[in-house]
Design a protein around this ligand. Sequence first.
Ligand SMILES: Cc1cc2nc3c(=O)[nH]c(=O)nc-3n(C[C@H](O)[C@H](O)[C@H](O)COP(=O)(O)OP(=O)(O)OC[C@H]3O[C@@H](n4cnc5c(N)ncnc54)[C@H](O)[C@@H]3O)c2cc1C
Length: 503
Amino acid sequence: MFMYIFLFYWYFISSEYVLSKSSNSDCLNSFSSSACKQLTNIDFSRTSSLIFNNASFTKLSNYSDNFGHLLKLAPAAVLKPGKAKDIVKLIQFVYRYNSKLKNRKTKIFVACRGNGHATNDQNLLNKTGIIIDMSGLSSILHINTNKLWIDVEAGILWLQILKATLKLNPPLSPRSWTDVLTLSVGGTLSNVGISGQASRFGPQISNVLELDVITGTGRFITCSPTSNSALFYAVLGGLGQFGIIVRARIPLRIAPLKTRTYTAVYSDIQSFTSDQIMFLNDPKKLFDYVEGSINVSSNPFTFTIELAKYYDNPSTLPTNSYLASISHFNTDSLTDVDSTYFDFLNRVQATVDYLISIGVWDFPHPWLDLWLPASNITKFYNSAVASSNPVLINGPVLLYPIPTDLINSKTSLAFPSDPSNVIFLFDMLRTASPDPTLIAAAEADNLRVKTAAIGLGGKGLFNIAYTKGEWIQQYGSKYARLSKYKKRYDPLGILTPNQHIFD
Ligand SMILES: Cc1cc2nc3c(=O)[nH]c(=O)nc-3n(C[C@H](O)[C@H](O)[C@H](O)COP(=O)(O)OP(=O)(O)OC[C@H]3O[C@@H](n4cnc5c(N)ncnc54)[C@H](O)[C@@H]3O)c2cc1C
C-alpha cells in the first residue's frame, strides 16, 4: 500500500506534471486559451520540456538574446526536445492551428536555436514564437568505422564530435571545420560551415551524406543526394527556411596526428591574395588549409596569410626556404608552429577564453560576413576596406579564398560566381562597446561595405539582414526555386520567419 502511495505521489510531483501545471497560466501570457489547451495537452516524451514565458517575459531571457547582443526578442515558449518526435508533435500542432487562423497576429512561429551564435535575429522570436532548443538533441547515434561516417543529432557541437572520433583507433575526424568548434551541426549546416579547410574539402554543407528533417508541416523525412534530394539540398544552406535538421550523417576521414601552421605578413593586397590563390590551386595540394586576415591595427593595414599542413611524418612538410622562394610575403615575418591536430582545430578557443576572462565576449557584435568574386577582390579592398576606421572594427577581419567547385550549387547557399572559380570570404568580426552611438556607427559602416561588395558582384553570407528585394537580388535565379520549396515544405511560413526571405 505504501508503495502505491509513494508511486502516486512521485508521479504528481514529477517535473513534467509540475511544469505543465505551472506553465498553463504562463501559456496565457502569449497564446489564446484554445491554443494553450492544445499546447499543454501535447503528449511530449518525459525527456522533453515545453516552458512558457512569464508575464514579465523575463523567464526565458537566455533565449531572448544571441551572440550579436544587438536586439532582444522575448519568445513565448521554448521546447527543449529530448526526442525528435516531440518536434514533429509541436510542428503538427502549429501547422494545424495556423491553418485555421483568421487573425494573422496570433499566428505561431517556430525557430531553432543551435548554440546561439547567429548575430542577427535568425534564432530569436517574440510574441507568439516558440524556440526549439536543439541542445536537447545532441547525441552521437552511430559511428561506422568501415564506411567512415558518423550519425549525430543536430544539436551536437562539432567539438563533441571531434573529441569522440579522435578517441577511435585509428583516430577519425570529419573533413571540414569551422574556426570555432562550439557551433552546432544543425546551425552550421543551415548556414554554410566554413574555414580554411574548405580550400580542400569544401564547406560543411558539401560534406553531408544524409539528413533527417522535419518540415514546416510536421513531416519527418530522411533525405540524401539520392532520396528526397530536393529537400536535402534545400535545407543545406537554407537558413532554417525549409525544415528542421534533427540528424546528420557526416563523412569521416582518418585524422592526421599533427599540424604545422605557417604565418607570414604581406604589405600589399595584390601579392597577398594572389599567393593565397596560388596555394589554393596548387596541384600538389601543398597545404590542407588556406586562410588569411587583414591587420587593421597597423597603418596602413597589412595582411597575414595562414597556411596549415597536416602530417604524421615531418619529412612531408614544406621547408621555410622553399615557401619563401615561391611566395611574396615579407621573408623575415615567416613563422611556423607545430601542434596536435586537435589543438590546431580548437586553437581559437584560447582567444575566446581570454575575451571571456576580460569581460568583452558578451559585448555587442555587429558582424559583417560577405562573399566577393576573386576578380574584384583588390577593387573591393581598395574602395571599401583600406580606409576603414579601425576603432569601429575592433576585431579580426578575415579574408581568404574558396574554390567554387567545392560548393555544391544545388544547395540553397547564395554565392557569387567568378571566371577563375575562386571566391573570397570576407568577415569583419566587430566588437562594439555597449554604446548605442558606436553600435549605430558600426552598423552604418557595415551597410557601406555591404553596398560596395554587392556593387562588385558580392553576396551576403550568414548573419545578413535583408529586405525582400535584397533577398531576390541575393539569390538571383535561385530565388524562384527556393520560393517553390518554401511553398512545398513550409507552406504556412512557420519556420525561422525573421529573415522575411519569402514574405
Ligand atoms: C564565435 C563565432 C565563430 C563563428 N565561426 C564560424 C566559422 O568558422 N564558420 C562558419 O561557417 N560560421 C561561423 N560562425 C557563424 C554562424 O553564426 C554559425 O555558423 C551559425 O550561426 C551556427 O551557430 P549555432 O550552432 O550557434 O546556430 P544558431 O546561431 O543558434 O542558429 C543559426 C541558424 O540556424 C538555424 N538552426 C539552428 N539549428 C537548426 C536546425 N537543427 N535545423 C534547422 N535550422 C537550424 C537557426 O534558427 C538560425 O537561423 C561563427 C559565429 C560565431 C559567433
